[in-house]
Each structure stands twice: as structure tokens, then as C-alpha cells.
Design a binder for this molecule. Structure first.
Ligand code: AMP
Length: 271
């Protein structure tokens, strides 16, 4: 027997609006989801065969959000230097990480650059037949154009500015890795840590501590903690991984522990 909700999710916007009118909470959440995803249709259709009450609708919605979180989470955002650095271990790590991301059927989300460690990690994912989303602001795309590199991502998002770019990278990623890099890399991972500290997300954050690269940052964090400035340090705690081969397994383990949430997107957008 087909339930109303089955019809609703496989139906059109009109059906959806009718249900939403009866339940404002659902409308609010659906606006957030902007949901028109086939995966959700399937999920709901296959899981529900009872007459929907408000409570059931909310429960279904919760599950949809869970599915969305889980699918988003199959992406790892990598922040890293636009330069290669002067230790060959950095590029080796970027390539090993890219390969491992692809082999685990995870999508790479990154800043869209084609040089330095950025180019290396994306190239390695593509060479291993993986999926890459590059997210680049307009002004950097111009700088990237014509530099002789030939990386074709399956998704390239060009944003108006850096701010939108960072939000888009955040929205599309279920975990964050900082490989060695410069101040751009530092700023990106620190921002994600500050959002975690404020309880806005609980997605894994990894400092890839290749050849002790991040030790000075870890010392600084420890100094801030002992000086009493890290108010919720446990929330901002990155996972520190020095073996490149352990980066993806560490993230997979964190995802499997089930303590990961997408955070409150609407709040993050206002930050
Ligand atoms: P940096 O660590 O200072 O080299 O900056 C690297 C970070 O800044 C990357 O994660 C990117 O998000 C961004 N970035 C810097 N240079 C570029 C570039 N040429 N193309 C795209 N993104 C870049």
C-alpha cells in the first residue's frame, strides 16, 4: 500500500507544499535541505509504509538528514600548500593521500589549484580514477588559467569570493585534512577548528603531521590551552596523524564511531 508520504517524496512541489502547510517544522527543515535528491526518494519509499502523522514525518525527515549527512561525509576536504615545499615527503604524502581517497571511494574537495601540493593531491585522485571537486574563487581561477597544467576535475565550482568558497568547501565535506602548507592552509584549517570549538560541527579534522610539520602549531595550541584561552578545547581537538597511510583510515574510524554531525549550517552561515 502506498502511503501519502511515499507519494509526497516521489511527487512534485505541490504535494510537498501541502504536507508542509500542515507541519511548519518540516517546511523549515526542508528549506534547509533544499532536497530534491533521488537518493532521498528511494530511501523514504523503501522505508515507509505507514500512514504519516506529524511525528512520522519528523522521524522520516530526521532519517533523510542522516542520509544526507552520511553521503556528504563521503567527501574529504584537503587544505594544503599551493607550493610543493622543500621536503619531497610533502608531495609524496599529498600523492599517497590522493590515491587513498580515491581507493576508498571518497570524493576530494579542495581549493581547485593545480600547482604545489594542491595539484599533487588532485592529480593523484584523478590518476586513481577518483572524484574531485575543485572550488575556486573567480580571481584565483584567472591566475590558474594557462599555467600549463591540465587537470580536469569532474566538478569545478567557481565562486564570487573567498568567503563563499570557504563555505562551499565546508558544506561539501565530511572531514578536513591539513597537509603541510603556508598561511592559506593555516587559515583554512584554523577556521574549521574554530567552528568546531563553537560546537557548530563535529566532523573529523586531521593535521597531517608529516615530518613534524605541524609541531609548532601543536605547541601554540598547547600554550593557548595552558594560558586558559581554549574555552572548549576538547571540541577543537584535531586528530594528529604522522603516517600518511593512516589519514583516511583515521577518518573512516571517526565516521564509523557515529559521533559526527553536519552541524548547524544556518548558524555557520552567519559566522
Ligand atoms: P598556501 O598554504 O598559502 O599556499 O595556501 C593554500 C590554500 O590557499 C589552499 O588550500 C587554497 O584554498 C588557497 N590557495 C592558495 N593559492 C591558491 C591557488 N593558486 N589556487 C587555488 N587556491 C589557492
Amino acid at each position: 500500500m502506498h502511503s501519502d508520504i511515499d507519494y509526497w517524496f516521489s511527487g512534485n512541489g505541490h504535494n510537498l507544499a501541502t504536507i508542509c502547510d500542515q507541519c511548519p517544522q518540516i517546511r523549515a527543515k526542508l528549506d534547509f535541505l533544499q532536497c530534491a535528491n533521488k537518493r532521498f526518494d528511494f530511501f523514504v519509499k523503501s522505508s515507509l509504509s505507514i500512514h504519516p502523522t506529524k511525528r512520522v514525518l519528523l522521524d522520516v525527515l530526521h532519517r533523510i538528514m542522516l542520509v544526507q549527512t552520511m553521503s556528504e561525509i563521503r567527501s574529504i576536504c584537503v587544505y594544503c600548500g599551493s607550493q610543493p615545499g622543500n621536503d619531497p615527503a610533502y608531495e609524496e604524502t599529498a600523492r599517497a593521500l590522493g590515491k587513498s581517497i580515491a581507493q576508498n571511494n571518497i570524493r576530494l574537495v579542495f581549493g581547485g589549484g593545480t600547482q604545489g601540493l594542491m595539484g599533487a593531491v588532485a592529480d593523484a585522485v584523478l590518476k586513481a580514477d577518483g572524484l574531485v571537486t575543485g572550488i575556486i574563487p573567480e580571481f584565483l581561477q584567472t591566475r590558474e588559467a594557462g599555467n600549463g597544467y591540465d587537470l580536469v576535475f569532474d566538478e569545478l565550482i567557481v565562486t564570487e569570493d573567498m568567503h563563499t568558497r570557504k563555505h562551499t568547501m565546508f558544506e561539501k565535506s565530511g572531514a578536513f585534512v591539513a597537509l603541510p602548507g603556508g598561511i592559506g592552509t593555516l587559515e583554512e584549517i584554523i577556521e574549521i577548528m574554530t567552528w568546531a570549538q563553537l560546537g557548530r560541527h563535529t566532523r573529523p579534522m586531521v593535521l597531517a603531521n608529516i615530518a613534524g610539520f605541524w609541531n609548532p602549531l601543536l605547541e601554540l595550541l598547547s600554550h593557548m590551552r595552558s594560558a586558559g584561552f581554549l574555552h572548549t578545547a576538547h571540541l577543537a581537538q584535531p586528530l594528529v596523524v604522522s603516517d600518511p597511510a593512516q589519514i583516511v583510515p583515521t577518518i573512516l574510524k571517526a565516521w564509523q564511531s557515529g559521533e559526527v554531525s553536519a552541524g548547524e549550517q544556518d548558524v555557520i552561515e552567519k559566522m
